[in-house]
Design a protein around this ligand. Structure first.
Ligand code: ATP
Ligand code: TZE
Ligand code: MG
Length: 518
């Protein structure tokens, strides 16, 4: 028999304990289907068999009317009793061969998997789909295994792309409005992406399951802006747009939420004001949703200080901005300097998407898994340009991000185009937090230039490094101390001049497109 075509895009998995007071599971399922749920799994871990079957019949009346398939969790007998469309089984449940024999070839059989080895077994046994997870820590089910994150999904998808038979995939485990978009689109590997997401609490416990379902379906189906890269960018056309971005910051006063270390806090806040953006420094989780909801907001995560709960704070913040479809910049300060930092960056890249990642050579190489000479928070520069360019192109492609690698020369890549920028002044390496502050400037730029993050990065670096050149020779500047004040002044002067239409300062821009020598 030809397998039926199932739409896995938005797969509701029910949990009777999560239904809000004053409503019923049946009502929640109906509302979820009204919002676009494409597949339903009835999960009743504690129900008596007679109650399970009664409820299954009630749910089936709803799903049948809508033409949505209904699967039963774990219980082949219940599935047979109501002639459901299939079952979902876990690693410790009935084996696939027995289930298939009982159900027949035209029923859907799905299985939970966490690793490639489990996926391989499930494929061999003949399942129709695998539920990959748990992606995040999930409150709805006690995790038996550590959550696998976006990288775990990538591994299973890569494996499945090499299998001749098409086995469908959904991700499961804390998929919600904050996480779904990143998981679906960031986990994609060449030739293969998730068919959908399985959602438990975000829909079952929702006050408005229709609205949540509709929004989740959009996140699954709509390709986010960060999946597409403009090919063949040339210096002159990017340069022509730089003043537009810098002016927009001054005119629109974007809100830049900095989660930043105490060394850099005051400097970064003043620099934001100098270029016309509106800074807020906060690590207070309960206000993140409000901040993310401010129009033209952007988030900078600067992991300068390692506190006990830092990763949780960063994840909460990145999630809040992801939900509002607002940009997030990562400054992985001293990313390779300690095991703690290596682990933190790894977690962040496994759970979140970043629009821009900015770091010095040591930091970026560490994230990319490349050896470098880095020690402490200082960068070194003994890699060849080519090596740097190759590393950041690969990192940008993989993470669907823009990478800025700072140093005497700054390199910026979107994975396809790489620019080398040669402005700046040695004083920038003699003061603390010069890199941190650049991260905050780039946050302001990307807040007004979401559709072109590469341009935002170029605009931020040019404004900052040319301001530094001018500050270094400004009257009264004698060294790093006086330089800091002059740098803030020059950022203010150049930003205002640009908004007033005077862009002559950009004539000193020294940048070129990096082209690998044959
Ligand atoms: N020797 C230099 N000459 C010119 N510009 C420089 C030089 N060193 C750094 N810069 C500039 O300083 C800025 C910060 O880059 P850098 O690589 O020093 O960051 P960082 O080491 O992460 O800084 P920090 O950790 O102090 O915040 C960039 O804009 C870069 O272009
Ligand atoms: C010096 C220092 N220590 C932690 S963060 C920071 C600022 C520069 O990265
Ligand atoms: Mg430095």
């Amino acid at each position: 028999m030809v397998p039926r075509k199932v739409d896995y895009s938005l797969y509701l998995v029910t949990d009777p304990y999560l239904v809000p007071n004053g409503t019923t599971l049946e009502e929640q399922v109906q509302k979820a289907i009204d919002g676009g749920v494409t597949l339903v799994q009835l999960r009743e871990k504690d129900a008596e068999t007679c109650d399970f079957i009664a409820r299954a019949k009630a749910i089936q009346a709803i799903t049948k009317k809508a033409g949505v398939p209904l699967l039963i969790n774990d219980r082949v007998d219940v599935a047979l009793a109501i002639d459901a469309d299939g079952i979902h089984i876990g690693q410790e449940d009935i084996d696939v061969a027995t289930a298939r024999k009982l159900l027949g070839s035209d029923k859907i059989i799905g299985m939970s998997v966490s690793y490639v080895s489990e996926a391989a077994k499930a494929v061999e046994d003949g399942v129709d789909y695998v539920g990959i997870g748990a992606i995040y820590d999930t409150a709805t089910k006690k995790p038996k295994k550590p959550p696998i994150g976006i990288n775990g999904v990538r591994k299973v998808l890569s494996y499945l792309s090499s299998v001749p038979r098409y086995v469908a995939t959904v991700a499961i485990g804390s998929l919600n409005l904050k996480t779904a978009r990143n998981v679906v689109h960031l986990s994609a590997v060449p030739g293969r992406r998730l068919d959908g997401i399985a959602v438990v609490s975000a829909i079952t416990a929702a006050k408005d399951p229709t609205a949540v379902s509709r929004e989740l379906l959009g996140l699954v189906r709509d390709t986010p802006y960060w999946m597409s890269v403009v090919p063949n960018r040339d210096v002159s056309s990017v340069l022509a747009e730089v003043p537009v971005v810098i002016s927009k910051v001054r005119l629109e006063t974007p809100f830049v939420h900095n989660i930043i270390n105490r060394v850099a806090t005051n400097f970064a806040a003043n620099v934001n004001l100098a270029i016309g953006s509106s800074p807020a420094m906060s690590e207070n989780t309960p206000e993140f949703d409000d901040f993310a909801g401010i129009p033209n907001s952007a988030l900078l995560i600067n992991m300068g200080f390692g506190t006990d709960d830092w990763v949780e704070t960063y994840l909460a913040a990145a999630g809040a901005y992801a939900k509002k479809l607002r940009p997030v910049v990562l400054d992985p300060v001293a990313a390779g300097a300690s095991e703690l930092r290596k682990g933190a960056v790894k977690s962040l890249l496994n759970w979140c998407h970043f629009d821009i990642i900015k770091g010095n050579e040591g930091e970026i190489f560490s994230i990319a898994g490349e050896a470098s000479q880095m020690r402490g928070v200082d960068s070194t520069s003994n890699s060849q340009l080519q090596k740097k360019a190759n590393v950041i192109e690969a990192l940008a492609s993989k993470e669907k991000t823009i990478v800025i690698l700072t140093g005497k020369e700054d390199l910026i890549s979107d994975g396809m185009t790489t620019f080398v920028l040669r402005n700046g002044h040695g004083y920038l390496a003699d003061i603390t937090a010069s890199g941190c502050v650049l991260g905050s400037i780039v946050g302001a730029m990307v807040a007004v230039s979401l559709h072109d993050r590469f341009l935002a990065a170029v605009a931020g670096v040019l404004l900052y490094t040319i301001a530094a050149e001018r500050a270094a020779v400004a009257p009264g500047v004698r060294g790093p101390g006086t330089f800091i004040g002059a740098l803030i002044d020059e950022l203010y002067i150049l930003s205002k001049a640009t908004a007033d239409g005077d862009v002559s300062w950009l004539e000193s821009a020294r940048l070129e497109r990096y082209v690998e020598e044959a």
